[in-house]
Structures are given as C-alpha cells and as structure tokens.
Design a protein around this ligand. Structure first.
Ligand SMILES: Nc1ncnc2c1ncn2[C@@H]1O[C@H](COP(=O)(O)OP(=O)(O)OP(=O)(O)O)[C@@H](O)[C@H]1O
Length: 467
C-alpha cells in the first residue's frame, strides 16, 4: 500500500486513542504526530504545517460537555484560519460535534471509531488541507508581488529637467486610462521605472505588475511563458504552467525588449491582443485576458517604424500612447538630482555619513555623457559610496570613462587586445564586457548576445565590475 503524502496531528488525553490512532494512520499517511496535552498545540503549530488535525472534544476525567474542545478549536483557528480540524466525539455526542462544525471544524469522528471511516475522512481532509495551504501560499505570493510593485523610495522617478517633466505629465495623464503604452528609450533611461509608475497610478494598482523580458526568452519558451502550457504539451512539460498573461490578470503586463521579438512571434502576440484571449499550449481552453499592456524597447524609433523589422499593425495596437525617455545626456539637469538621491540612498544602505560632491565632481558628472544612462550613474554612485575615501567625492571616484567613448556614442571600440600580459580572469572578463559594451553602443541586448550571456547575467557581471 502506498502512503498518502499527508501530515496529521492527533490531540487527545487518552493514551490508548493516541496509540491506536497512530498505528492506524501511519499505515496510510507519511507523517503522524500525537499530543496528549492541548496546551502544546500552539507550539506544534508554530513549527509544523499539518494537513489535518484530529482533536478530542473532552480533556480531563469525566468531561463530556465538549467545552475544552470548543476552546481549542477556536485557538487553532485563531493561529491558522485555514486549519482542517476533525473533532473526536464521545458516543452520542453528535449534537456537540455539529456545533463544532458550525464554529469551523471540518468533520467529526465518533468513538468508538471504525478504521475505514477514520481513514476515508482523513484522506478527504488531507486533500482539503493541501488545497488550503496552496491557496494560502498563492495569496501570500500575490500580496508580496503587489507590495513589490507599490511605489517606494526605490522606484521613485527623480527629475528636475523639462524633458522629464513632460514625461511625468504624460505618465499621470495616461495612468488612469486603460490605454496601452509604448515606451522608447536607450538602455538604463528608466523605461521599467516609468511602466511601474503608470501601474501604481492606475486603477489596477491593487493587482500585480508583471514584467517579462522578451529579449531573454528563447523562441521555444515564448508561448509557454506567456500563454502557459498543459502537462505533457511538449517534452519536459511535467506539470501545468500558468502563463504570464493569466498570472497578471487584473494587473499590468510589462513586455520589455519588444523590438527584439522575431516577426513570426510578433504575429502571435498580435493575435492575442486582437482577440483578447489566450490558449495554453496543449489545451483547447480559450481563456479571456484582463491585462493592461505596457511595452518598451531600446531600439530607435526609425527601426521600429520600419515594416521589415516590426509589424506596423502590432505597433498600432501597442502605441495608443507613446512615451520617449530621453537619454541622460539630453537632460543634464537631472544628473545632479539623481546623483544626490542615490548618494543619500546608498549612504544609508551602507551606513556611511553623507559626503558632498566636490565642485570638480559635479562638473565632471554633468559634462559626462553617461552612455549607460541612469543605471550607470546609479552604479557609479553605489561603487563610490563603498570605495571612495576623503571628505568629499572627487571625479575619479565615479569610474567615468574619460577616454572619449563616454562622450560620443558612436565612438569605435578601442582595439586593445583582450589578453596581453595580464592573465587575471576577472580583469579579462571586465575588459571583454567593456569592449563589447562600447562596440554595441551600450545596447545591453546586443552586448549580451555578443558575449553569449543573458541580459540578466550581463547585468550581474556589470554590477560586479562596477560598470
Ligand atoms: N529618473 C530616475 N530616477 C531615479 N532612478 C532612476 C531613474 N531612471 C532610472 N532609474 C534607475 O536606473 C536603473 C535602470 O532603470 P530601468 O530598469 O527602469 O531602465 P530601463 O530603461 O528599463 O533599462 P533597460 O533598457 O536596460 O531594461 C534602475 O535602477 C532605476 O531605478
């Protein structure tokens, strides 16, 4: 006989009942624990997640009112409202058991019990318990996702420039509508930040904001990731999977790097947006979708407007409102405001006193072109907070590439050999990333592709090397 995957607790002051119950249930369920004093219940619940609890109604000699059972039933449900509790009643105590069920017990078993009845009741209860635990964890995950998408100090858009004020106005006007928004801008200009700002100012703010990096999805994963799949739909589909469109239901779906989507996948996305339904792979179910779509790309507008590269009927669906995030070099007034914001932020994080920027540092930073935009500025500041010594920050604390490449985006990569006399792997890696970034004009997707990395892996390495 294979044991069912269930964890059961039996609470009774009668040692014979505990022993008989344990012997019987152990043959059917993976884990059975017993407890002869209800006072231990809170401690047990704090360290174990039980699928079902068998609880006696009467504790102490001669007790038959069920009063103790009611008290402990209430306490268990107070600790875990989703607990599945089966009451053990004395012969003829059915009325009391019915009262207990009104107060939240799931079922009852009358003494003397019949073994098959106990096993059948507990099998059903364990199933229910597992469903409740899953539902609870899904609810917690959902709440965590919603909390993560709420505005915080980490996702505030700092700006003091005219061009960004226009962007902020556009965001606040668009947010309360259901309009699809298309965001254009170089890497690191704050496209995802803008998308989050739209979500948090929208009527969907109490639901999830879900971000999908289309640039890092392989073609074979595209459909299963976005639309989901049924178990067995393809080799390796070991269980059902909910797609992002469904997971973001009621909220906002942010599709990043849309410009990198191959044309045949653009067609699939267009069909979904036109029909507003999805069909998971391997399924016949047609599921309606309820998401607001925000898309972003770092590909220049001219390429996006080119039918050879991007389907114009899809663009038409996506860009009800278009937001252009200017590169940092075209809104230099923002540099100081953003720098000061992150100096305060990282000084607090690393428990350092806030130091001022020297006049030379202010000038160097505001004159620098920041090819990696705000992301690069933010990293430069974090690194300076950790490493810089002295009373104030100096230009050299911010790892700005003053060899000229930072000032002209079209500069050709220097032809420095990757491996010279220095064979240190860490330094070779850093050099390779720097060369690839310059060669690809700081386009993260292209750089990652050239280096054979995912975008996420490239970001991790850029962070590690302070790039
Ligand atoms: N105006 C801003 N104020 C404060 N922080 C900002 C601002 N713009 C961007 N950032 C920060 O810069 C980093 C990059 O921003 P974000 O990820 O939104 O850029 P992106 O354009 O989506 O980048 P990519 O194209 O590489 O995906 C984030 O850490 C973000 O918090």
């Amino acid at each position: 006989m294979t044991k069912k995957d269930g964890k059961i607790l039996i609470v009774d002051d009668d040692e014979d009942i505990l022993t008989a119950g344990k012997l019987l249930l152990r043959r059917h369920f993976k884990q059975v624990m017993t407890c002869n004093k209800p006072e231990f219940i809170p401690e047990l619940l704090s360290s174990h997640q039980f699928d079902a609890i068998l609880l006696d109604m009467n504790f102490g000699p001669g007790e038959s009112t069920g009063e103790q059972g009611f008290i402990w039933l209430g306490k268990i449900l107070e600790i875990d409202p989703s607990a599945v509790i089966v009451m053990i009643t004395a012969h003829g105590g059915v009325n009391i058991a019915v009262e207990a069920m009104k107060l939240g017990a799931t079922d009852f078993i009358a003494k003397p019990w019949q073994n098959e009845k106990v096993v059948a009741t507990l099998s059903a209860c364990v199933k229910l318990g597992k469903t409740r635990v899953e539902a609870k964890s899904l609810k917690q995950k959902n709440e965590a996702l919603i909390a993560a998408s709420l505005p915080s100090q980490h996702n505030m858009i700092i700006s003091s420039s005219g061009p960004m004020n226009d962007v902020l106005t556009l965001i606040s006007r668009t947010a309360p509508t259901e309009a699809n928004v298309f965001i254009l801008g170089e890497n690191g200009t704050g496209k995802e930040l803008a998308a989050r700002a739209i979500h948090t100012a929208s009527l969907r703010r109490n639901n999830v904001f879900m971000s999908v990096d289309l640039g890092s999805l392989s073609e074979s994963l595209f459909e299963s990731e976005l639309f989901g799949h049924k178990k067995g739909a393809f080799t390796g589909a070991r269980e059902d999977r909910t797609g992002r469109f469904q997971a973001a239901s009621g909220g906002t779906l942010f599709l990043d790097e849309i410009g990198n989507l191959p044309k045949h996948l653009q067609a699939k996305l267009l069909t979904v947006l036109e029909q507003r339904t999805i069909t998971p792979l391997g399924s016949n179910d047609v599921i309606p979708i309820d998401v607001r779509i925000i898309t972003a790309t770092n590909i220049p507008k001219t390429s996006i407007m080119n039918e050879d590269h991007f389907r114009q009927d899809l663009l038409f669906r996506l860009n009800t409102v278009e937001i252009n995030l200017p590169p940092l070099r075209e809104r230099r007034e923002d540099i100081l405001a953003i720098a000061e914001h992150y100096i305060a932020h990282y000084s607090k994080k690393y428990q350092k006193a806030i130091k001022p920027l020297s006049q030379a540092a202010i000038e160097a930073m505001t004159n620098y072109d920041w090819p990696g935009n705000v992301r690069a500025l933010r990293h430069a500041i974090e690194r300076a907070i950790i490493l810089a010594e002295g009373e104030s920050f100096q230009p050299q604390d911010f790892s700005m590439d003053t060899s000229g490449e930072g000032e002209t985006k079209t500069a050709q990569p220097k032809s420095t050999p990757l491996v010279d006399d220095d064979l240190n792997l860490e330094r070779i890696e850093k050099k390779a990333i720097e060369v690839a970034l310059r060669k690809n004009q700081y386009n993260i997707s292209h750089t990652a592709k050239e280096l054979g990395l995912t975008r996420a892996a490239l970001y991790r390495r850029m962070e590690k090397h302070g790039l």
